[in-house]
Design a protein around this ligand. Structure first.
Ligand SMILES: Cc1cc2nc3c(=O)[nH]c(=O)nc-3n(C[C@H](O)[C@H](O)[C@H](O)COP(=O)(O)O)c2cc1C
Length: 221
């Protein structure tokens, strides 16, 4: 698989088989992704993977907080009203695309809540990785984290491993810190659930559209 094929064929996987990946494959993926570029080569990323029994305990702990309605406690809070105009519209369309594929209507609050909760169930994936960087850093270093994340996702695509990036997994850092190995000085930016895709799962038929090139690209020569 070449890079163009990996970019074109990748999509977020929200339904998984329970079988875990071989440890060596997980290590290999992150060992390749560590070659990602970063601003001044500072490589701000730290990754903590959770699998097996700790992953089950972590799911229970995060879901308990979400079910109790505990407000999210992010270590890198999003700017208030960060998304407006066309960006807000795209976010809404993303949500409705997901709910619509699953047959959940706008009126069905419980159905929507159940689908949103799947974030905290890691969508059934046997592995979840938490990506963090030093809290002293800011958005300029978050670029590096995004480049690193995409590198991980493309290597997973090449290896036939499904995954989904999840900002939602930065919502409740306390149980994550109790179970996963997160450096004290770091803040969690996002999670990545991953494993073998369940090809039979209807949830994996969700496909998100992209804007055409002319909406964001110009070339002056
Ligand atoms: C940094 C980041 C955070 C994301 N957070 C979530 C999330 O919390 N929950 C979710 O269901 N999808 C999440 N996504 C997946 C996006 O919704 C998805 O990438 C986008 O809709 C495009 O769809 P595709 O990945 O299938 O191409 C996230 C993606 C990125 C890159």
């Amino acid at each position: 698989m070449n890079v163009s094929d990996a970019v074109s064929s990748r999509y977020s996987v929200r339904g998984y088989l329970p079988e875990p990946l071989p440890d060596e494959l997980i290590t290999e993926i992150f060992d390749i992704a560590r070659l990602a570029p970063s601003n001044t080569n500072c490589q701000p990323w730290h990754v903590a993977v959770v699998s097996g029994d700790p992953r089950i305990r972590l799911e229970a702990a995060i879901c308990a907080l979400a079910d109790e309605g505990v407000p999210p406690n992010r270590e890198f809070p999003a700017a208030k009203d960060a998304l407006t105009g066309v960006y807000l519209e795209r976010r809404r369309a993303c949500g409705w695309g997901y709910y619509g594929t699953m047959g959940v209507t706008r009126e069905d609050r419980e159905g929507r809540a159940a689908l949103a909760r799947k974030n905290f169930e890691f969508f059934g994936a046997p592995h979840v990785a938490f990506f963090s960087m030093p809290r002293s850093m800011d958005r300029s270093n978050a670029f590096d984290m995004g480049i690193f994340l995409q590198t991980v996702m493309l290597v997973m695509q090449e290896k036939g491993v499904g995954c989904i990036a999840q900002g939602a997994l930065a919502s409740y850092p306390d149980p994550v810190r109790e179970i996963a190995d997160i450096p004290e000085e770091n803040g969690i930016l996002f999670g990545l659930s991953f494993g073998w895709e369940d090809k039979e799962a209807h949830i994996n038929t969700v496909r998100m559209p992209r804007e055409p090139l002319e909406t964001f690209f110009s070339h002056t020569s």
